[in-house]
Design a protein around this ligand. Structure first.
Ligand code: PEP
Ligand code: MN
Length: 484
C-alpha cells in the first residue's frame, strides 16, 4: 500500500524542462542529437497552435462539467496519420463529432463540450518495442511524429517533430475554416448518413430523433433563444492529444506574461457559450500578473495509463501547465495513488483542472470504479469523470485481428453511468476512439459487423476504432438511456 505523503507542492521549481531530470517512460532515442536540437529550435520559433484564451475558455467549460453542468464528448482517432490530412478525412472526423454531440444534447439536455482527439494525436505508447511483419522482426510503429508506418521506415527521425507540427497546423486551420463557414449547420440533413443501418426499425427510430432535434433547434433559432449549443453555426470545439513526447510539448510550451485576458475569444473556433457566464469570477481569479505557462500544442492534453508514474517525467511536466489535463485511470491504479496524483496535478483544487478518464474494461469496472470514486471523494479535488470504454476492451480474434466489441463498449459506458448514479456521483463525459469513415475494425453495432467482416475495410495502424455508424449508435444509446 502506498504511503500518502501529502505535499501540495512536491517540487516547487517547475520549469518546462524540469521533466528532463525524471525517469521518462516510453522515451524516444534519436541517433543524431544535433539534428534533434535543430528541430526543437525550429519548433520553439513557430507560432502557437492554439491561443491561451481558448485554453482558458476550456478550463471554464470543464469546471462546469465537473459540477455536472456540461458533458464532455472527447473522441477521435487512436493515432492520426499525416496522410489523413485531407479535406475529406477532416470533414468526416468533424462531422461525426458534431452529429454525436447533437444527439447527446438531445438526450442529456445539457451543453456538450466537444474535444477532438485531433490536430496532433500523433504519438503512441506501445506495449512492445518490436513486432513481426511477414516473418521479419521490425521496430514497432510509434506514431508518425516518431517513426514511419512502413516497416522499412521504423527508425526514429527528429524531422518528424516539425512535420507533425505542420500537419497539426493544417488540420486545425481547416477545422477553424469549416466551423466558421456553416459546416455545422443542421439544415443539411443529407449529412446524416443512415443508409448503413441494417434494421429498418432502428433506422426509422434514428431518423425520427434527428427530425425532432432539427425541429427543436430550428424553433430555438426562430424565437432567438439559441445558445451556443443550439446555434450550430458557431459551436465550440477543442483539440487534444496524449502528450507522450515531452520534447515536442516543451518546445510548444509558452509563457504568458501576466496580461489581461481579452474579452473576446478572438477565434471562430471557440465562442463562449452562455452556460458559463456564471464563471466570470473564475476568469478574474486567473488573470493575475503572475507568469503562466501554457502548452500551446493543444487545448487539452492527457497522460496515458502507461506514463502516469507519480515521480515520472510526464507527471512532472503536466503539473506546471495551465491547460486542463486528463489522466487515464486503468485497473492498475491504486486508490491512494489516484489521490496522490491529484494532489500533485491539482494543488489549488481547481474544479475541472483534471479529467479522470477511466478505462477498465466492461468486466473490471465494477471492481475498480467505486473505490476510485470514494478515493476522490475523500479529497477536495473536483474532477471531471470521463469514461473511456475502448482501451479496456481490446481483444484479438482467432485470426489475430485486433478488435473491440460494440456490446462491451456499451456495457462499460452503462456500468459507469450506473455506478456513478448509485454512488450519488455523476459521469461527466465519454472518451472514444472512433473515425467518421465506414471502416470495419470493431464488431457489432446497428450494422451488425461480425468478426468475418473485419477484413472488408480494416485500416487502423494502431487500435480498432468505432466507425461512423457505430459511433452514432453509441450517441443514440446513451441518449436513450438518459431519456428513459
Ligand atoms: C490512448 O488513449 O490512445 C491510449 C493509449 O490509452 P491508454 O493510455 O488508456 O492505454
Ligand atoms: Mn488507442
Amino acid at each position: 500500500m502506498l504511503k500518502r505523503e501529502l505535499s501540495p507542492h512536491p517540487e516547487p521549481e517547475w520549469s518546462p524542462s524540469s521533466w528532463r531530470s525524471k525517469e521518462i517512460k516510453h522515451n524516444v532515442e534519436y541517433k543524431d542529437p544535433a539534428k534533434l536540437n535543430s528541430c526543437l529550435e525550429k519548433l520553439r520559433s513557430l507560432p502557437p497552435l492554439v491561443a491561451e484564451e481558448e485554453i482558458d475558455t476550456l478550463r471554464r467549460l470543464l469546471a462546469n462539467a465537473s459540477r455536472g453542468e456540461a458533458f464532455v464528448l472527447q473522441c477521435g482517432d487512436c493515432a492520426e496519420t499525416f496522410s489523413s490530412c485531407t479535406p475529406d478525412s477532416i470533414q468526416d472526423r468533424l462531422k461525426i463529432i458534431l452529429q454525436m454531440s447533437l444527439v447527446l444534447i438531445w438526450g442529456l439536455r445539457t451543453p456538450i463540450v466537444r474535444i477532438a482527439r485531433m490536430c496532433g494525436q500523433f504519438a503512441k505508447p506501445r506495449s512492445s518495442e518490436t513486432e513481426v511483419i511477414n516473418g521479419e522482426t521490425v521496430l514497432t510503429f510509434r506514431g508518425e511524429i516518431i517513426n514511419g508506418i512502413s516497416p522499412s521506415d521504423r527508425n526514429t527521425d527528429p524531422n518528424r517533430l516539425v512535420e507533425a507540427y505542420f500537419h497539426s497546423a493544417s488540420v486545425i486551420n481547416y477545422v477553424r475554416s469549416l466551423l466558421s463557414n456553416n459546416f455545422a449547420d443542421l439544415k443539411f440533413p443529407h449529412n446524416w448518413d443512415l443508409d448503413w443501418v441494417k434494421d429498418d426499425q432502428i433506422r426509422s427510430e434514428y431518423k425520427d430523433i434527428i427530425n425532432r432535434l432539427a425541429d427543436s433547434f430550428d424553433f430555438m433559432q426562430t424565437i432567438g433563444a439559441e445558445s451556443q449549443d443550439t446555434n450550430t453555426k458557431s459551436i465550440n470545439l477543442f483539440t487534444s492529444h496524449e502528450a507522450l513526447l515531452l520534447n515536442y510539448e516543451e518546445a510548444l510550451t509558452r509563457k504568458r506574461a501576466g496580461k489581461k485576458p481579452s474579452k473576446k475569444s478572438g477565434s471562430p473556433l471557440i465562442k463562449e457559450s452562455l452556460s458559463f457566464s456564471s464563471q466570470t469570477n473564475l476568469t478574474k481569479a486567473k488573470s493575475s500578473n503572475e507568469d503562466k505557462w501554457y502548452n500551446t500544442s493543444a487545448h487539452f492534453i492527457w497522460i496515458g495509463d502507461r506514463t502516469r508514474q507519480l515521480n515520472g517525467a510526464h507527471v512532472e511536466y503536466f503539473r506546471g501547465i495551465q491547460n486542463p489535463i486528463g489522466v487515464k485511470v486503468g485497473p492498475s491504479m491504486h486508490p491512494d495513488e489516484l489521490v496522490r496524483i491529484l494532489d500533485i496535478l491539482d494543488p489549488n483544487f481547481e474544479p475541472g483542472r483534471v479529467t479522470l478518464i477511466s478505462r477498465y474494461g466492461a468486466n473490471k469496472i465494477e471492481s475498480h470504479l467505486p473505490d476510485h470514486i470514494s478515493a476522490v471523494r475523500s479529497t477536495n479535488h473536483k474532477v471531471v469523470w470521463s469514461c473511456d470504454p475502448c482501451h479496456g476492451n481490446t481483444t484479438t480474434t482467432a485470426e489475430g485481428i485486433k478488435t473491440r466489441s460494440f456490446d462491451d463498449i456499451i456495457k462499460e459506458i452503462i456500468s459507469s453511468i450506473e455506478i456513478h448514479t448509485r454512488m450519488n456521483s455523476k459521469i461527466n463525459g465519454i472518451h472514444l476512439e472512433l473515425t467518421g469513415e465506414h471502416v470495419t475494425e470493431c464488431v457489432g453495432g446497428s450494422q451488425y459487423l461480425e468478426p468475418v467482416d473485419l477484413s472488408q475495410n480494416y485500416q487502423t495502424f494502431c487500435d480498432p476504432r468505432l466507425n461512423y455508424l457505430q459511433s452514432l449508435d453509441i450517441a443514440f444509446k446513451i441518449s436513450n438511456h438518459y431519456r428513459k
